[in-house]
Design a protein around this ligand. Sequence first.
Ligand code: WTA
Length: 658
Amino acid sequence: MSDKTIENLMNEAREYDPPQEMLEQANLTAEKYEQACRDAELDPEGFWAERARKLLDWKRDFSTTLESDSEKHEYKWFGGGRLNASENCLDRHLKNGRRNKAALIWQGEPEEDVRVFTYHMLHRKVCRFANVLKKMGVSKGDRVAIYLPMVPELAISMLACARIGAVHSVIFAGFSAVSLQNRIIDCDAKILIAADGVLRGGKKILLKRNVDEALFECPSVEQVIMVKRTGDEIDFIEGRDTWWHEELSASDIEDFCKPESMRSDDPLFILHTSGSTGKAKGIEHTTGGYMTIVAHTAKWVFDLKDDDVHWCTADIGWITGHSYSVYGPLALGATTLLFEGVPTYPRPDRYWEIINRYGVNIFYTTPTAIRALMREGSQWTEKYDLSTLRILGSVGEPINPEVWVWFYEHVGKGKLPVLDTWWQTETGGILISPLPYVGKLKPGSTGKPLPGIKTKIVNNDGSNASTNEGGHLLITEPWPGMLSSIHKDRARYNRTYFERFPGSYETGDGARIDEEGFHWIMGRLDDVINVSGHRLGTTEIESALIAHPDVTEAAVVGIPHEIKGQTVYAYVTLRSGLDQDEEMRMALRDWVGKKIGPIAIPETIQFSEGLPKTRSGKIVRRILRRIAAGEDDLGDTATLSDASVINDLIEGQKILFE
Ligand code: WTA
């Protein structure tokens, strides 16, 4: 075995202690953590009520913490309470000494495009835009669709909606006209806020055409407010389209807009999540519960402090951006950084350059981004002083131990906590995660549930799985921030989350819990492979492959097999310049056999240059499964970020089976 191999094997078994010298300054010290666990255990409602009161300003205090109707799967948080999300993110910081602090730093794709908004400036913009919406007839409960790239107007629009009680529905600007249309129709939006175009990787991408195409069949939309970003010539539809900057500077628009007093269970937003199959689900979140979980987790997990610069790299079109670029950090009065571009343009050092330039303290990103940057080599991280960083986070997919260790060593310089945070669009905020300064870190594990969050792993029949046995990950107690419904589809809500395992919330993820209570996410359960009765998580096999020094990316799926039920089919991307031959296949099979066991050895290995991914970077195994099985119908490919990889994959599969 080479040195590199031995080192890899050791890394996987290694555990890391959080930096103890930082414990003193932590929002959550070891002592407070122990106390929180005890409090949440003894009196969960009391625990959440205290967090909600401590972190948010309520216009009227709530009278009940939780009203549950488990028959109807209704969980109402902070009943009787009234608050406004935008007021919590802005107004209160005008009075507590943060008025002139940077609330939002925006870095555009071109290096010179920088805009900084203090709390005062952001408040004013949000108020003015809220007044524009009101002038257009938007009122409490109306839906507003937002189709914008990562520009400050996106956050401003969301907060303006929240201010007047309108429900926002953000649609990722990378989506096609069809996806945009489906989402607008699903929420019957009255207004659409969009941009002329997007800057991406040095190119201009026109958005207005998608808007016009989508609106062809969206009768609910009365007005379109256009943000000028690329400055391209665009067609305006008379009476329907107007410019953001003109509306905002109109003489009748005032600088202040009174925040609407919202009930805790009034909806704050709808966000569609693609789901692995079928129609996108419009996940609904309420005001009080959602604001509580995001403020709470930003405070404890990211340990946000007043002079921190917090950077969550996710697009605001995803829940991660909603919770940890906008609502969480602003609720706490922090400084949030938004970046319009991609990590590799103009060079693969863009993230490190930005961290250095703005003195970023908390850096929260995805395994896909880390893998892509790791492939470019560590010379890029070495170019910059990254010493302001204090906490690193990851979300969205399992982070393979190999990638975790690279992040830890090359970005965290072997000193910073790497937090692998688990949550979903539906959960509103982080539920399972290590804490930065309390308890150890195990690469590949998402740590333990946060205080007040209860999980369990069950088998198909609902019986409890044993320690380290993989099964369905369930959340067994309600938490603030849980979705309130799927928009216009209560039956799907009941069926997807509550009916299969009565009394619990079903996450759809596979996981195991080890002897110390650490959670290991195995991937979506639809992706689990069953070889001769053994359930194999895709993550485990993929991590083994990625740990091989010649591999940069891997995805595995199961294909039907007469005797074994299924066999493992692996798609592997090698480092450039290596031979994609039988010898390499043998070496990889051998490697997986040694790392996990013979049962996990891929029967087939297809070398590929790229993989189908959603626009948030998740590998779409559903499509890979169909390609591997030689099926012609690949299902819905509309939400892929780059559908052009598909043909190469189909060709590659055919060659293997010739
Ligand atoms: C996956 C993103 C492993 C999981 C916030 C979940 C993860 C889905 C992790 C939700 C993690 C998220 N480790 N898997 N740390 N975090 N996932 O709705 O399968 O875009 O169910 O929310 O991402 O994705 P969503």
